[in-house]
Design a protein around this ligand. Structure first.
Ligand code: SF4
Length: 146
């Protein structure tokens, strides 16, 4: 079973109320078991909402508000939901395909907190939690290896 970012599947959970539908990810999910998550919506953040970026160890939105606690809560709730779903269905979590560059889902590079479109090295908070549990995370920018 795979974990997939909701916005990649066409769910309108992105900060601006839209999505990042990715045809390769959608195609992959036609042939594999998967569960869709959106950590930011799991935190009950509104949609649309101000964009947010990671700045050091904190996450701030474009209005200057510190939204770290909400992002961490959403990531934890999403992780727990995935673990429970896998347990109930008796499936292993084989990997995750998450949205690149996001402060929640990004892996390897994320926006740097200046809201200028600049990337820096790092992971989103949800991607970090998955990797800390030994779950293999890729983004839609990588070739799907499974
Ligand atoms: S990148 Fe992650 S948190 Fe952001 S909208 Fe997509 S699924 Fe939700």
């Amino acid at each position: 079973m795979y974990i997939v970012s909701g916005c990649l599947m066409g769910h309108n959970c992105k900060y601006n109320g839209g999505n990042n539908e990715n045809s390769e990810v959608v195609e992959f999910c036609k042939n594999h078991k998967y569960m869709v998550v959106c950590p930011e919506r799991a935190a009950n953040l509104p949609c649309p909402r101000p964009p947010a970026e990671k700045r050091g160890n904190r996450i701030v939105n474009k209005n200057g508000e510190d939204v770290t606690e909400a992002f961490l809560r959403g990531a934890r709730l999403s992780l727990n939901a995935c673990l429970k779903m896998a347990q109930i269905s008796g499936e292993e979590i084989e990997g995750a395909i998450l949205k690149a560059n996001s402060p929640s889902c990004g892996k390897g590079s994320i926006y740097d907190g200046t809201f200028s479109g600049t990337l820096t090295e790092g992971n989103g908070v949800f991607a970090s939690m998955l990797e800390n549990m030994g779950i293999d995370v890729i983004t839609e920018k990588e070739k799907i290896k499974w």
